[in-house]
Ligand binder design. Structure first.
Ligand SMILES: [Cu+2]
Length: 281
C-alpha cells in the first residue's frame, strides 16, 4: 500500500470514529436493545439475552477476524498458493465440533431453566383472567367479583376518526391510553389466565417481559411480578393481528404498592357488590 493510500485510509477510519464519538448520547441507542423491564422474569431474560449476545459477539469477532486475516494475508496477488497437503486434520475437526457443542450446551441449560420458570405459576397470590375482544380487553379478578372492560381512551378514539379535525399530537398518550387500566400490586406473583371471546389476540406489555396469545376456547397461563420498587404505569398493546381495530386496543397497567392495591380492590369489590344488590332488588 502506498503512503498516500495508507494516509487516506487512516483519515477515513479516524473520520468514522470521530463521527461515532460525537453522536448525541440520546440518539435512542437504548431502543436498539430489548428493555430491561420491571419484573423478575424480564430482568432475568434481559441478563440472559446480554450474556448470549456477548458470547455471539466474541465468536463473530474471532471467526470473521480469522477469515478476513486469512483472506488478506494469503491473497492471490501476494502469490499465495493453496497447500495441497493439509486436507484433513482430525484434531482440528474434533476441536471445532466439540467446542461449539459445549458452548451450545452451556447456553441451553440456563435457557431451559428460564423456560421452566416462566411456565411455573405456582405460589401466585392473585389470579386475573384476561379476555380479548374485538377490540378491547376484559379483566376479571377471580374470586373477588371485580371485573371490567378496558378500551381505548375516548379522546384518542375521537381523534383517530376520519376527518376528526383533532390533532393527534394534542392527545396525551395518543392510542396508548385506556379508559380503565388494569391495576396490579407490586412485589406480588400474579397468575394471568388468557383467553378470547372472538378471534386470537395477544396480551403484551414489554416491560414485563411476557407476551402470550389469548385464544378463544383455550386458557393460556402466564405470570408477572412487578418489582417492589417500580410502581407506575406500564403500557402495551395487542400483539396478534385481530381485525380492523387491532391497533386500537392498547393495554395500560397501573402497578401500585400492595397496600394501595388492597384499598383499590376493596373499593372495587364494594362497588361491584353494590351494583349486584341493585340488580336483584
Ligand atoms: Cu389484536
Amino acid at each position: 500500500m502506498s503512503i498516500a493510500k495508507r494516509m487516506l485510509m487512516r483519515s477515513a477510519v479516524a473520520g468514522v470514529l470521530a463521527a461515532l464519538a460525537t453522536m448525541p448520547a440520546h440518539a435512542g441507542w437504548d431502543l436498539l436493545n430489548m428493555p430491561k423491564g420491571v419484573s423478575e422474569l424480564s430482568r432475568e431474560i434481559y441478563d440472559m439475552h446480554m450474556i448470549m449476545l456477548w458470547i455471539c459477539t466474541v465468536i463473530a469477532v474471532f471467526t470473521f477476524g480469522a477469515m478476513i486475516w486469512a483472506m488478506v494475508r494469503f491473497r492471490k496477488s501476494k502469490g499465495a498458493v493453496a497447500d495441497g497437503k493439509m486436507l484433513h486434520n482430525a484434531r482440528l475437526e474434533a476441536a471445532w465440533t466439540i467446542v461449539p457443542v459445549l458452548i451450545l450446551i452451556g447456553m441451553a441449560i440456563p435457557s431451559v431453566e428460564k423456560l421452566i420458570k416462566i411456565e411455573d405459576t405456582s405460589g401466585s397470590e392473585l389470579t386475573i383472567k384476561v379476555t380479548g375482544y374485538q377490540w378491547q380487553w376484559h379483566y376479571e379478578y377471580l374470586g373477588t367479583g371485580v371485573s371490567f372492560f378496558s378500551r381505548l381512551a375516548r379522546d384518542s378514539d375521537a381523534a383517530r376518526q376520519k376527518r376528526s379535525g383533532i390533532d393527534p399530537r394534542s392527545v396525551e398518550h395518543y392510542l396508548l391510553n385506556v379508559d380503565k387500566p388494569l391495576v396490579v400490586p407490586t412485589g406480588t406473583k400474579i397468575r394471568m389466565l388468557l383467553t378470547a371471546n372472538d378471534v386470537i389476540h395477544a396480551w403484551w406489555v414489554p416491560d414485563f417481559g411476557m407476551k402470550r396469545d389469548a385464544i378463544p376456547g383455550f386458557i393460556n397461563e402466564m405470570w408477572i411480578s412487578v418489582d417492589e420498587d417500580k410502581p407506575g404505569t406500564y403500557r402495551g398493546q395487542c400483539a396478534e393481528l385481530c381485525g380492523a381495530d387491532h391497533g386500537f386496543m392498547p393495554i395500560v397497567v397501573d402497578a401500585k404498592p400492595p397496600a394501595e392495591f388492597r384499598a383499590w380492590l376493596e373499593q372495587q369489590m364494594a362497588a361491584a357488590a353494590g351494583s349486584r344488590l341493585a340488580a336483584t332488588e
